[in-house]
Design a protein. Structure first.
Length: 135
């Protein structure tokens, strides 16, 4: 249901995680930009985050499963963010010229939008429970 705000947040998460890592460099080593498609597991995790977000859009009738799937998606993003933090800490002390790319921030934006969607899902669930009490 597109009129729900959590659907918009989940679609934004799917776009951010499904498209941006393949266009924006994650980091640069010795002048060579490193993108997500150059490492299989990074691209798989980014695509899994996007697919989970799209699956969660279609679980609008079962808000509890949608909430749980978003939590799993948050864990995947935290794993990816942890790897990027580890990688950025190992990049900063090198003797060769290296720099961090804007693509390292993608999991942070995904986490923010997933948290916002979980908050909206919880708000919907509370609204439904309050209406059921009145009947």
């Amino acid at each position: 249901m597109i009129q729900r705000i959590q659907t918009v947040y989940l679609i934004i998460t799917a776009i951010i995680s499904g498209l941006l890592p393949f266009w924006l460099p994650l980091w640069k080593e010795e002048g060579n930009a490193f993108y997500a498609q150059q490492t299989l597991w990074i691209s798989i995790v980014f695509l899994a985050v996007a697919i989970f977000a799209l699956i969660a859009v279609f679980l609008y009738k079962n808000r509890k499963n949608q909430f749980v799937l978003n939590r799993l998606n948050l864990i995947l993003n935290l794993f990816l963010l942890g790897f990027f933090v580890y990688r950025s800490l190992s990049l900063s002390g090198e003797t060769a010229v290296s720099e961090k790319g804007i693509g390292m921030l993608i999991p942070i934006f995904s986490i923010v939008f997933l948290a916002l969607s979980n908050k909206a899902i919880k708000k919907d669930e509370d609204l439904v429970k309050s209406v059921d009490r009145l009947r």
